[in-house]
Design a protein around this ligand. Sequence first.
Ligand code: ADE
Length: 243
Amino acid sequence: MRIDVITIFPDYLNPLREALLGKAIQRERIAVGVHDLRNWTHDVHRAVDDSPYGGGPGMVMKPDVWGEALDEICGDGTGQVPRLVVPTPAGRPFTQRTAVRWSQEPWLVFACGRYEGIDQRVITDAARRMPVEEVSIGDYVLVGGEVAALTMIEAVVRLLPGVLGNPASAEQDSFSDGLLEGPCYTRPEVWRDQPVPEVLRSGNHAAIARWRRDQSLERTWRRRPELIEALPEGTLDARDREV
Ligand code: ADE
């Protein structure tokens, strides 16, 4: 998978080179390009923003600079086009489902806005040539799209084949079955007066699976009841309903 990020703060994306993502780059599972939006400015001040039409606080990112940057980065000469992702608190929610869908794509481009946002005509124009999604990572406001892009890239890249050491980890994630994951334990058997739950030391695999499912249901019910309501019909068996 190829991933490009356009930003006025390229260093903000340095964590892409660390840990799991860094390894994915080294192993050539992903190729990452981070581009400084100011490279597409033509004035001495290298301005990327201007005051909003209609008045109001803040500044809006200029369409001409973004337009040229996207023309260059999203046209690789082969006719292939990327999926363009625009992080914004005004976007559709980014979820695990989105991450799974994007993990099938050959090429993603993230357009990170700052200030009040990017002139809407940039998004409309890009959508004439490529699929575009405006997405939010949650109901809070960050100062820009960079941290949101990092978050989404990490969620997508860990799903790619050969990136996680143990592919079963991704299959057992919170959300992969619509529920939160339950608690987990490692040695020692007793720590600060707290023993590891007996069943996990029993070696009874069926009992362990049932216990984990119960924990998962109970935690989801307490912390995120709306996820239980959203489960597709028939997901819960008779035993689940007793929890
Ligand atoms: N930019 C600022 N806040 C954001 C959010 N919550 N999600 C995505 N991009 C953002």
